[in-house]
Design a binder for this molecule. Structure first.
Ligand SMILES: [Zn+2]
Length: 677
């Protein structure tokens, strides 16, 4: 109904009036965001987006609310229509439309989902109960990992860091139920209380599986003991960002040196892996501990641990009491969210994980015209050019490193909008009768899809995100930036209806620049033009880069979003450098536009002011205190407000745009400003 009305309006309004309407839209667009009562020189974040955040408090069903959720709400509405049409239609057996329709019908039948609970997994629970030896235990762990359970450790299949033309199996630390190691090891009152609540949650889930109260409590304590042991052996967030230290190639025959308790070849075979010669071990010391724990703890303790992790992996999809208890802990206790989101949104999230590309094909056909793709491909080229110019005149970088940096930039690949080749879901069998079964099959399908890559040439056309994702990424082994169609969506307006300052500041310049400079941040710079982990920097340039980067580390370490809880400057370094780089490159590209050159005001704001306001819109977000706390421990991205205040305080044009002077809160002394790019 709405779509038809919008189409009619477009056809009815003459083109000259449409142009006038566009100017009018641009004129007032920022009024919904900017808090004119705030002083940009005192708190730029509040000035830039304070009105919108005030007008849009966090809904009871959300742990945070902001730009990403506002855009996502539009995307949800579009995907809902796609699903309802697929469910009402009669598409051919095996077609994507049929899979989408069947998935949707099963997922939305909440009564049937609750009645089935976790029973589709009964055979798997019986296998856990029957485990009688350590070899059987490892075989069961392999089966659960293939089904998506986070049992003991993580197995990832992706491009080899030092041989980007082949795919390797990576063994990584894992096996925890809480978001990361610090949740187990921190000693403040909040962390201690959270751990107590977690043990109670594990116990309640085990009770739902049929255990008596006393047994469930005892087993939950066992789970906690095992996970704490694994957490102690796990690396910290910032240590995981050192690619060289997390790359240790071992022959499969030598894995026994790390963990003799594990029959490695049998374990891999039980998970459906082909025979392998070598694997990449991310954190060897973790596997030493995992092997010890496996050896020393009685099998009964591990059975409790596996029951928990299988139930945990499917509790959110199990409906009824499982879903409610899972939300009570992970939604309310851990992230402070009072109410569960509506089922249809959660089911779209589930579908996204297993049929994302099938939805993406339909989404793109309806919402990302060729003109949009061409526009952002051109913008990506322009932002690359801006970086080329900056690298060319960077004072601290010597010629040999500069030459290699430019070679890497020349080799950078750009993927914009949607993939040239879509995933083929032929092997994924969807039933209209069981949602849980569809989730399980989808996860196994995805694992097997990845396993099939081993030993084959790397498919460089692949995407790690779907086009309907409001996000973007840089992929080091492919030396590529990937910019999904939805990354460019502005809330409430078409991107052709606003001025360039907003488009460049928001995503068309800064997001593209952010991803490009990831290839040259503290982590990305360690990969060469071909995507291999190689040191191509002169020792002196590497040292200078680190000195410049240290200024950024110090800047973020000083931010204290919650009393006593600072941002981790080292763990968030790569993202902060990328935000800063994105702002610079977007600005360079924007300076070439007519709007910037002419300099006229729109809505009382200069082009430069509008550019920085467009950037702030991209990080417009507020979150619950619990979520913020957990995120400060487990996320390499700084909280949204500091992703605005932090990078901006290093940009000279920002001071110029808003007339910020020494002594004002937004002022950073010139000697303390970051100067990497
Ligand atoms: Zn990033």
């Amino acid at each position: 109904m709405k779509a038809a009305l919008a189409l009619a309006l477009l056809l009815l309004v003459p083109t000259s009036d449409r142009a006038a309407a566009a100017t009018n839209d641009a004129e007032h667009y920022l009024d919904a965001f900017v808090d004119r009562s705030a002083d940009p020189r005192a708190d730029f974040f509040r000035f830039a987006v304070g009105k919108w955040l005030n007008d849009h408090p966090i809904p009871a069903t959300e742990r945070r609310w902001g730009i990403a959720q506002a855009v996502q709400d539009d995307t949800y509405a579009r995907l809902l229509r796609i699903n309802e049409e697929a469910a009402a239609g009669h598409a051919a057996d095996g077609s994507n439309a049929r899979k989408i329709g069947d998935f949707w019908r099963a997922a939305m039948d909440a009564d049937a989902v609750a009645a089935q609970a976790l029973h589709p997994l009964d055979d798997e629970f019986a296998r856990i109960d029957a485990v009688a030896s350590r070899d059987q235990l490892m075989a069961e762990i392999a089966r659960l990992q293939r089904m998506g359970a986070n049992a003991l450790c993580n197995l990832y299949i992706f491009q080899d860091e030092k041989h980007s033309d082949r795919t390797s199996l990576h063994l990584y630390q894992g096996g925890l139920g809480l978001p990361n190691r610090d949740h187990y090891l921190d000693n403040d009152a909040r962390a201690t209380a959270l751990r107590e609540a977690y043990v109670e949650h594990v116990a309640r889930i085990l009770e739902l599986l049929g255990a008596a109260r006393a047994v469930a409590r005892r087993d939950a304590e066992r789970v906690m003991a095992i996970e704490t042991e694994l957490a102690r052996a796990s690396r910290k967030l910032e240590a995981l960002r050192d690619p060289e230290a997390n790359y240790n190639v071992l022959e499969v025959g030598k894995l026994g040196d790390l963990a003799p308790a594990i029959a490695w070849r049998d374990y891999f075979a039980a998970g459906g892996l082909p025979p392998l010669e070598t694997v990449v071990v991310g954190q060897p010391e973790f596997f030493v501990q995992a092997g010890k724990s496996l050896q020393e703890r009685p099998i009964a303790e591990w059975q409790a641990y596996l029951r928990w992790h299988l139930a945990h992996a499917y509790a959110a999809q199990g409906g009824g009491a499982f879903e409610a208890e899972n939300f009570r802990f992970f939604g309310t206790v851990l992230t402070g969210t009072p109410e569960q989101r509506p089922r249809w949104k959660r089911m779209l999230d589930e579908e996204e994980k297993v049929l994302g590309d099938a939805l993406g094909q339909l989404y793109v056909a309806a919402h990302f015209p060729p003109a949009a793709k061409a526009r952002y491909e051109k913008l990506a080229d322009d932002v690359v050019e801006a970086f080329r110019a900056r690298l060319g005149k960077l004072e601290w970088m010597s010629e040999p490193t500069r030459r290699r940096a430019l070679v890497k930039l020349d080799a950078l690949k750009k993927k914009v909008g949607y993939p040239d080749k879509w995933k083929d879901y032929a092997g994924y069998d969807v039933t209209p009768r069981s949602f849980l079964e569809n989730v399980k099959r989808g996860r196994i399908w995805q694992t097997d899809y990845d396993i099939a890559k081993l030993g084959k040439p790397v498919d460089r056309l692949e995407w790690e995100m779907t086009p309907q994702t409001y996000n973007a990424y840089y992929m080091a082994p492919n030396n590529e930036i990937v910019l999904p169609a939805a990354a460019f969506i502005l809330p409430g307006i078409d991107d052709t209806e606003v001025d360039d300052a907003i488009v460049y500041g928001y995503a068309g310049g800064t997001t593209i620049g952010h991803e490009i400079t990831h290839g040259f941040d503290d982590e990305g710079r360690q990969f060469d033009a071909a995507g291999n982990l190689t040191d191509w920097w002169t020792a002196d340039d590497a040292k200078k880069f680190q000195q410049h980067a240290q200024v950024m580390v110090d800047e973020f370490n000083a931010y204290e979003p919650l009393p006593g809880l600072h941002i981790n400057g080292k763990a968030s370094l790569g993202e902060n450098i990328a935000d800063y780089g994105g702002l610079l490159l977007g600005l360079d590209a924007f300076k070439k536009t007519e709007q910037y050159k002419k300099g006229g005001k729109i809505g009382g704001l200069t082009p430069l002011q509008r550019y920085f306001l467009g950037y702030a819109m991209g990080w417009m977000s507020q979150q619950r205190e619990e979520k913020l706390r957990s995120r400060l421990l487990a996320d390499v991205h700084a909280p949204a407000k500091w992703r605005v205040l932090g990078p901006l305080s290093n940009i000279p044009e920002f001071y110029q745009a808003f007339g910020i002077k020494p002594g004002q809160p937004m002022w950073r002394a010139e000697a303390d400003r970051v100067r990497i790019w």
